[in-house]
Design a protein around this ligand. Structure first.
Ligand code: PLP
Length: 400
């Protein structure tokens, strides 16, 4: 009898983590590596947030809290959502978890039965299909059109819905494409959902604050309040507040589902770290001006990378509206050979050769269910990013 369960054998390890780890190992061996593979802000957590955590330790907030999070944090999150999106969630509808990843996991495990379908527009964040599979659900992948900005259309959604559909997973702005749905685009998806009352929507808004050029990120319940009874609005502290290591994410959802997710979390991790919760409370309710400064820096870097990619031979990309990723096509490089002698037969071979020959780590599109592309994270200081762009350009110039 095999020790490892069939359930675990059905999923694969996160490929972004695998590439980031490989880059880390090469760096430790003394190689000159620039890692553009991780989805992690290079900014430090704001001082007021760190101070709140230190205060919490000194004041003895070091014990278990309520499973769904402290009342103070859940109230602060409900107020944050109201301020950012005009929603009317109450503290009782919030579950705080150990990162947004656990929030997704909670929602899927709490609701999916074997055979239930989850519609996932692709390219998509690596973890969605695996979390759905772990929860015994069936991911239904719907490839979006690059010409439509990698956004699912109402027709595509309507065609993908079956009697078995339980969820639509939306992610706007999207990891890996940076594409974000306008209010009108969300409206047309909401109209389809209104026609299919058995379908719930899980909206992962974790990059909603990282948007550029005046784009306003909206969320599903804001666009269509009639969907509030079958929507999970997910968000977290990792990206907007540069708090990846603190592990705080949350859901806002109808009461019955909130109770179910709390029950599940109560039998797995219990409450998220009490100290991280105190820090998150300050992040949600303290000054927000740090974000605008961060966004302006990201925008400059985005422009730098987009210009470099579109000037490099064999590469191209669209201008992303949000997040901190550029998703570039390398399809024109297929069949060519690198200066180091590697024949580029796939996006994975491309990123491996790029890492081996130039020390730049990026993630291949197949990891996001979209072959022929690769993802660059520009959450890296601008000088390093400039050097990375120089190396990518030289690598592409060497393809023949
Ligand atoms: N959702 C998306 C689209 C992400 O890119 C990430 C992290 O990379 C998460 C959720 C989870 O974030 P965390 O678990 O750090 O809160």
């Amino acid at each position: 009898m095999s020790l490892i369960s069939d359930r675990l054998n059905r999923i694969s390890p996160s490929q972004t983590i695998a590439i980031t780890d490989k880059a880390r190992v090469l760096k430790a061996e003394g190689r000159d590596i620039i890692s553009l593979s991780a989805g992690e802000p290079d900014f430090d957590t704001p001082e007021n947030v760190k101070d709140a955590a230190i205060r919490a330790i000194r004041e003895g907030q070091t014990k278990y809290t309520a499973v769904a999070g402290t009342q103070a944090l859940r109230s602060a999150i409900a107020a944050r959502l109201a301020a950012d999106f005009g929603t009317d969630y109450t503290a009782d509808e919030i579950v705080v978890s150990t990162g947004g990843k656990q929030s997704i996991f909670n929602a899927m495990v709490a609701t999916l039965n074997p055979g239930d379908e989850v519609i996932i527009p692709t390219p998509a964040w690596v973890s969605y299909p695996d979390i759905v599979t772990l929860a015994d659900g069936r991911p239904v992948l719907v490839p979006t059109d690059p010409a439509a900005g990698f956004k699912m259309t109402a027709r595509q959604l309507a065609d993908a819905i079956t009697p078995q559909t339980k969820w639509l997973m939306l992610n706007s702005p999207c990891n890996p494409t940076g594409s974000a749905y306008t209010a009108d685009e969300l409206r047309s998806l909401c109209d389809v959902l209104l026609d299919h009352p058995h379908v719930w929507v899980f909206t992962d808004d974790i990059y909603a604050k990282l948007v550029y050029d005046g784009f306003v990120a909206q969320t599903v319940v804001q666009v269509e309040p009639k969907l509030r009874d079958r929507t999970v609005t997910m968000n977290g502290m990792s990206k907007a507040y540069a708090m990846t290591g603190w592990r705080v994410g949350y859901t806002a959802a109808p009461a019955a589902l909130t109770r179910a997710m709390t029950k599940l979390q109560g039998q797995s991790t219990s409450n998220p770290c009490s100290i991280a919760q105190a820090a998150a409370c300050e992040a949600a309710s303290g000054p927000q001006d740090f974000i605008a400064e961060m966004v302006e820096t990201y925008r400059g870097r985005r422009d730098l990378v987009v210009a470099a990619i579109n000037a490099a031979p064999h590469l191209s990309c669209h201008v992303p509206q949000g997040a901190f990723y550029v998703f570039a096509s390398m399809e024109k490089a297929l069949g060519l050979t690198s200066a180091g002698g590697t024949k580029i037969t796939s996006d994975e071979v491309f990123v491996t050769a790029l890492l081996d020959e130039t020390g730049v780590a990026a993630v291949h599109g197949t990891a996001f269910l979209c072959p022929g592309y690769f993802r660059i994270s520009y959450a890296t200081d601008t000088e390093t990013l400039r050097e990375a762009c120089r190396r990518v350009t030289a690598f592409c110039e060497g393809l023949h």
